[in-house]
Design a protein around this ligand. Structure first.
Ligand code: NI
Length: 204
């Protein structure tokens, strides 16, 4: 690792920890009340977007605004974190069984230049069959990254032909009317996440 790479990684971790800490504090604060079922992180979150799914079809926020969703941002060349998180989403859906049938899992790339429609299609086939992969132009992806407060930056390491992408790793749990219900971190267990999600979807 070069020095700049180390500094960049350090900054990424600091940003990630700061965001996660703020979210965790918010969530804990909100759960001390008996409002567990109605507590949410944000309403009307995310805003408008237009992207292309893994079948090459145009999709917009309108297609999902009333669904329960588990959303993860990453990239298909990611060596470890992304496949692990998508695997965790698959496990949650399996644990929820019939209860989880209304949940739409979505993987959105932060690397649209390499993650073409075909690349996305192949990649998501490794995970839950309901998973939708979304890509787009660089501008479209920049737009949704900003809306979802996702940090991602290309990193060119010495001695490597290809770049990698440093990125924040959160699983967003969203509900009807673009409500951001929860932000799960890599440290949250599949069991805890499943229990929390179950409480919300059980309500409807
Ligand atoms: Ni990744």
């Amino acid at each position: 690792m070069t020095k700049t790479r180390l500094i960049r990684l350090f900054i990424t971790i600091i940003i990630g920890v700061a965001i996660a800490g703020a979210i965790a504090a918010y969530q804990v604060k909100n759960e001390t009340a008996k409002t567990i079922k109605s507590s949410v992180v944000a309403k009307n979150f995310g805003g408008d977007f237009t992207l292309t799914n893994h079948l090459g079809e145009n999709v917009t926020n309108k297609d999902f605004e009333n669904d329960y969703r588990l959303i993860y941002f990453g990239f298909t060349y990611c060596p470890a974190i992304c496949p692990t998180e998508l695997q965790r989403i698959s496990q949650i859906l399996k644990k929820l069984g019939e209860n989880g049938e209304t949940i739409q899992p979505i993987f959105i790339t932060v690397d649209p230049e390499r993650d073409t429609v075909d690349v996305m299609k192949n990649y998501i086939s490794l995970f839950d069959p309901r998973l939708i992969g979304l890509t787009g132009t660089v501008a479209q992806i920049e737009n949704i990254k900003k809306a979802y407060k996702i940090y991602a930056a290309k990193v060119q390491e010495d001695g490597m032909n290809d770049y990698t992408v440093d990125h924040s790793s959160f699983i967003y749990f969203m509900g009807p009317n673009d409500t951001l219900i929860r932000i799960f971190k890599t440290g949250d267990t599949v069991e805890d996440m499943t229990n929390i999600i179950h409480r919300y979807i059980n309500k409807s």
